[in-house]
Write a new protein. Structure first.
Length: 479
């Protein structure tokens, strides 16, 4: 073999390797989109007799997702961002292929938007109220057939009994809305462009656009911080994002987007704008308030707190003027119903503590996580602190619904702490298989993964530096 041929063959091999990586990543994300498309179009709405199928589908989707992201890591940098974005669009479109599959919360969103466009506060009347009967669209309040809703369920998902001979997919239709004012503005904004007869698709399209905006924002931040953009696929290609932000259109995606924007702005030296975003995030779903502690490592960042509180209060003003203290809606009843008041809903803590003691332990665990995240976070890159704060809070509170985990994923992307995604998978499995015992095992497995990976990746000098920070000893900042 001539020297010239020997020189050409290695170069051809090198040229084929990037192309092969691109092909594998594209095939992986197409396979993921296919799995999501099949589930959305063939599994129907979650029922007790289909839970096994939903668990299998969830595990398969997450497995294909991991394989696709691993392949993406070997894609050349010049193509990586394009592959991430194309994959985000393909997965998102697959998630649009059918109506909600595990939750009809967006039915309440639609109703709240319809009511607001009629000039009525969503906190003033329940969906069952006869005062609003003229506003009811047929798809939200179909008439019963032979006195039952069963014959309508193939056409209308998640139906339950309503008043006056109606069925409805709205959860708890005999109570007023629970959602805070920023969420209400989102509901009204999305429904402003469609007639009352439009069903779930408007919120699904809005969820897709929102998830794509988050993907773009994450790519921008990753580039700014010098990290490869394939990390953004942990959000853009996530089965959890596809299911809960798009198919089921949960408003938690908006809360996660605003919380991420707020944290990034504060970290990049814009505490006023960051506080505005964080206040809006908290007024979307209250849980994003937990992102504050890791941001407070420098005094200037503390401006985000009063600004966030002011924005939170201002967003309530229009609704308070029209409805008064009824703006709290069903929130107190929801907290009691979900077991937050007596501690019965804390899957891990309740293994040892019961009743009020469980609530106290959970509160102390969240406060401890806030202290640790505050002390250990790098103010310019607080992402690992955010993951710790959110992850520990979820382990303590153990939410029952997978859409809560949307808040965690952007900070996993920014921090590179991929092991914390195992908590998101555990919560996703809980959403389709409501067994407390199984949920405990899934959470304990997630805890084991987080602990093992943290021990492997953390050096002795890091442990020492963290201890000195926690005990307020003077140490030099090491980036």
């Amino acid at each position: 073999m001539s020297d010239r041929l020997r020189a050409v063959r290695p170069s051809l091999a090198v040229g084929r390797t990037p192309l092969l990586a691109v092909v594998l990543a594209v095939v992986g994300v197409l396979a993921l989109a296919g799995v999501i498309l099949f589930g959305v179009t063939h599994l129907g709405f979650l029922r007790s007799d289909t839970r096994g199928s939903f668990v299998a589908w969830t595990l398969i989707a997450w497995t294909v997702f991991v394989i696709a992201v691993l392949a993406l890591r070997f894609v050349p940098a010049r193509w990586m961002t394009a592959v991430v974005m194309v994959g985000a669009v393909v997965v998102g479109l697959a998630a649009l292929a059918g109506p909600p599959s595990t939750s009809t919360d967006s039915a309440r969103y639609a109703w709240d938007g319809i009511v607001q466009h009629a000039g009525v506060s969503p906190y003033a009347h329940t969906p069952q109220s006869t005062a609003l009967s003229a506003l009811r669209p047929e798809w939200l309040f179909p008439d019963k057939v032979n006195g039952t809703c069963d014959d309508l369920k193939p056409r209308f998902r998640g139906l339950g009994d309503g008043a006056d001979g109606h069925c409805t997919p709205i959860n708890r239709p005999d109570v007023v809305t629970i959602y805070p004012p920023m969420a209400q503005l989102w509901f009204a904004g999305v429904r402003a462009f469609v007639p009352a007869t439009a069903q779930y698709m408007p919120f699904q399209v809005a969820g897709l656009l929102l998830s794509l905006l988050v993907t773009i924002a994450l790519i921008v931040v990753l580039r700014k911080t010098g990290r490869p953009t394939w990390w953004a696929a942990l959000w853009a290609w996530s089965p959890l994002v596809a299911s809960e932000a798009v198919t089921n259109s949960h408003v938690d995606a908006l809360g996660a987007a605003l919380a991420t924007a707020g944290a990034v702005l504060v970290a990049f030296g814009r505490p006023i704008w960051g506080g505005i975003a964080l206040g809006a995030a908290t007024a979307t779903k209250l849980i994003p308030a937990i992102v504050y502690p890791p941001l407070l490592g420098r005094w200037r960042a503390w401006w985000a707190i009063p600004v966030g509180i002011a924005v939170f209060g201002l967003l309530y003003v229009p609704y308070v003027l029209t409805t008064g203290l009824d703006v709290l809606g069903y929130l107190p009843g929801y907290l009691s119903e979900e077991g937050y008041e007596d501690g019965s809903r804390f899957a891990l803590v309740s293994m040892v503590f019961r009743g009020d003691a469980a609530t106290v332990v959970v509160g102390l665990a969240v406060l401890l996580a806030a202290f640790v995240a505050w002390r250990l976070s790098d103010p310019s890159r607080p992402w690992s602190g955010e993951v710790l704060m959110i992850g520990v809070t979820f382990l303590a509170v153990t939410p029952r619904y997978p859409w809560y985990a949307l808040l965690l994923i952007p900070f996993v992307v920014l921090s590179g702490r991929w092991e914390w995604l195992s908590i998101g998978l555990a919560i996703a499995l809980r959403g389709v298989w409501p067994s407390t015992d199984a949920y405990r095992w899934w959470l304990l497995a997630a805890v084991a993964i987080v602990l093992v990976v943290t021990l492997v990746r953390t050096s002795r000098s890091d442990w020492q530096r963290w201890w000195e920070r926690l005990t307020f000893r003077r140490v030099e900042h090491v980036r």
